[in-house]
Write a protein that binds this ligand. Structure first.
Ligand SMILES: [Zn+2]
Length: 436
């Protein structure tokens, strides 16, 4: 376990000054306790034993509040910057005082993140720099990260984005694990996302994205602070609680989320069905994780490449983002059992466990995203979706969009039939209420 934490806490709470007057942002109370205290307590519970806080604005207030850190169960040092050096400048100028490996948090972020798990991920992959990333409901005005298929960060796209661009919904949440030796001392203002990460990527260092659905939000404006306060009250920041397996709604893609147009081979053909974003938002609001499970035999048949399909999913997530919705993950089966297509890829022409109604995609999602199948649902327009749900122990809703169950492949009966995704989401919410 990584046992050192760096907190970058130089910020003024300018946008919160009407509420709290002249205090550093890190001391703004959430649920009656400064953000800084929430962060130190979370880290201490995960086994972090020491912290370095980089303070600037009203640094003496921060120093006075933390003392030597012993009341939080750790050794805390506060370093004061004389002039603002961006969020990374002071860290880069004092590398010799830091241990080999450490976490970095910004001082205005509330989180319920399992730091031990993130620490393990970083060490298991021998990364030089690991950035916590997650999808959010406003990717178009967020700083985004682009990765390759192995989760290695290949580019950063800071908002604002050109209107015709489509990116993955992977938002940089300002929580990092850093190898000291990967960093280089640098003078003047330095920023983690504008300078440090691009520099590491350019030098070929292993910069990884750690994708997680755990809670992490900044509280830098009155609106955001109010939201975080509400989340704290409702238990969303309770780490033990958030570590329990979650209920999910598994979703078929074509004919369920987007208009069925035969086999999609390009992102240009992707068109959301009306009401898709609103339906997913209401399920998210009720606490469901949202996971797409889709058969993509187009890959095995050579009609589309993995990159084409990745582009379709990027487009799907981007269009959903415009409607304020996001997915936890997309799982796809690239296989197909029958041979005899021109341009087919023999290595993918197999009878696999993942092609629906096979259940391997659901099992993988449950493992990787900590989901509880028994509390979860499947929504789809084909009988193979319903058959898969039955085999995987999910409750199932057939939607009358797309194929509307008329494919005749399997005979499993859905728990409910709904006109569309919106109606299916309403049914799930009614069932949840009835059970409560
Ligand atoms: Zn498969």
């Amino acid at each position: 376990m990584i046992d050192h934490l760096v907190i970058v806490a130089g910020g003024k709470g300018t946008r919160l000054s009407a509420l709290f007057g002249n205090i550093p942002k890190a001391l703004v109370p959430v649920g009656g306790k400064p953000v800084l205290q929430h962060q130190l307590e979370l880290a201490a519970r995960a086994g972090v034993r020491a912290a370095t806080i980089y303070a600037g604005f009203l640094a003496d207030q921060i120093a006075e509040f933390v003392g030597d850190g012993s009341r939080f169960g750790m050794k805390v040092a506060v370093r004061v910057e004389d002039a603002p050096l961006g969020n990374a400048g002071a860290v880069l100028q004092s590398l010799d005082t830091l241990p080999e490996r450490f976490f970095v948090m910004y001082g205005d972020v509330m989180m319920a993140v399992d730091l031990e798990r993130m620490s393990r991920f970083h060490e298991d992959h021998a990364a030089a720099f690991t950035a916590f990333v997650h999808p959010n409901d406003h990717p178009f005005d967020s700083d985004l990260i682009e990765t390759d298929a192995e989760g290695r960060v290949t580019a950063l796209h800071n908002a604002p984005h050109a209107p015709d661009r489509v990116y993955d919904n992977l938002v940089n949440a300002a929580l990092y694990v850093v190898e000291r030796n990967a960093l280089k001392p640098a003078p003047g203002k330095q920023d983690f996302t504008k300078d440090v990460m691009p520099g590491l990527i350019a030098s070929g260092a292993k910069v990884l994205a750690y994708r997680s659905a755990e809670y992490i939000k900044d509280m830098g404006t009155p609106e955001r602070l109010a939201r975080v306060e509400a989340d704290l009250k409702s238990g969303k920041l309770d780490l033990a609680d958030s570590n329990k397996p979650r209920a999910a709604v598994f979703l078929d893609r074509d004919g369920t989320l987007n208009v069925e147009k035969g086999f999609l081979a390009s992102q240009n053909g992707l068109e959301l069905l009306p009401g898709t974003g609103a339906a997913l938002k209401s399920l998210r609001q009720a606490g469901y994780s949202l996971v797409v499970v889709t058969n993509q035999p187009v890959i095995a048949r050579g009609e589309a490449s993995e990159d084409d399909v990745a582009a379709i999913h990027r487009r799907l997530e981007w269009e959903l983002g415009k409607e304020g919705a996001y997915l936890d993950a997309v799982y796809l089966c690239p296989h197909h059992p029958d041979k005899g297509f021109t341009g087919e890829r023999p290595e993918l022409k197999i009878a696999c466990q993942c092609r629906k109604p096979g259940t391997a995609m659901v099992e993988q999602a449950c493992r990787e995203l900590n989901l509880n199948a028994k509390a979860s649902w499947m929504i789809g327009d084909q009988t193979r979706d319903i058959e898969m749900a039955r085999r995987a122990g999910l409750r199932a809703i057939l939607v009358r969009t797309g194929t509307a169950g008329r494919d005749g492949n399997f005979s499993a009966t859905p728990d409910f039939i709904a006109d569309d995704l919106r109606a299916a989401a309403d049914m799930i919410l009614e069932q949840k209420q009835a059970a409560a």
